[in-house]
Design a protein around this ligand. Structure first.
Ligand SMILES: Nc1ncnc2c1ncn2[C@@H]1O[C@H](COP(=O)(O)OP(=O)(O)O)[C@@H](O)[C@H]1O
Ligand SMILES: [Mg+2]
Length: 264
């Protein structure tokens, strides 16, 4: 059937890069795609004010799931993540502030954290100090201790993160800090992010698994991980009263992990 008006050709590239609905208004700062994961995308944009940077977490619809079920699960997860962030803030733990929750659109707007993930900061440090033994560096030990304290604080208020890696922790530079000669590289505050898999749990087993996941993630990405992880656990003990219980349980979880890997 012929038509008088020419039809615009579909542009697959534009469709693939399509922004979530709430971002389709003419924003003063174009949203910038930071990461694309299996679960969703992370954009840097602004919120309400053109100079208020904001992180937008957008959960992608899962085509293999029934749309009604998919919407319901997405909503639940976004609200759960926002709730846990709010609880951490209330308890004085350094996490991004929640700006807005648009669970129907699959969007969570949170405070933009300056700095870089701990993983990246550590890798830069290792690259700049090729001859140094990271396990002996006060700077590296200091960051490990601060990571441990941050994890202990979460556990102290009954939150199990569920995905503890050095990519899910930001190292926020102190205001006004200058990183001239790289000596301040590992200074700054640990801000835990990505509570997408978090739960409020009272089980010591869950906390031990949290630590185990971090230990494994850490071990595969950093040399001398064992010594450094001990430093981290020292920090953990400082902020979590029941640390000794989790650490005993961690032994069991490690043992099971070893058995599993022996069996293949
Ligand atoms: N609030 C934030 N401020 C700055 N960067 C962030 C923020 N949240 C996430 N990021 C960056 O985006 C990456 C992915 O975000 P994350 O919440 O971990 O989602 P994912 O589920 O995809 O891992 C992080 O590793 C970090 O580099
Ligand atoms: Mg993450």
């Amino acid at each position: 059937m012929a038509s008088d008006t020419p039809q615009p050709k579909p542009d697959p590239a534009a469709a693939a890069a399509a922004l979530p609905k709430p971002l389709q208004y003419p924003a003063s700062t174009p949203p910038q795609l930071i990461t694309q994961g299996a679960e969703g995308r992370l954009y840097k944009t602004t919120y309400l004010l053109p100079d208020l940077p904001c992180a937008l977490k957008y959960r992608l619809p899962k085509p293999y799931r029934h749309p009604v079920l998919d919407q319901r699960l997405t909503k639940q997860r976004i609200v759960a993540e926002a709730r846990i962030l709010a609880k951490c803030r209330r308890e004085g733990i350094a996490v991004p502030a929640v700006y807005a929750v648009d669970e129907s659109a699959g969007c969570l707007y949170i405070e933009w954290i300056e700095g870089e993930p701990v993983r990246a900061a550590l890798n830069t440090w290792l690259h700049d100090h090729l001859d140094a033994d990271a396990a002996l560096s006060e700077e590296v030990k200091g960051v490990m201790r601060r990571v441990g304290r941050a994890v202990g604080r979460l556990h102290q208020i009954g939150i199990v993160h569920g995905d503890l890696t050095t990519s899910n922790m930001m190292l926020r530079p102190a205001p006004g800090a200058v990183d001239g000669d790289g000596s301040l590289l590992l200074a700054g505050e640990i801000v835990v992010i990505d509570f997408g898999l978090s739960t409020q749990s009272i089980h010591e087993e869950d906390r031990a698994v949290d630590l185990y996941v971090l230990e494994r993630a850490f071990g595969s990405s950093h040399p001398r991980a064992e010594v450094l992880f001990d430093e981290l656990l020292e920090g953990y003990k400082e902020t979590f009263k029941q640390a000794s219980v989790s650490l005993r349980k961690l032994e069991d979880v490690r043992m099971r992990g070893r058995k599993r890997s022996m069996l293949g």
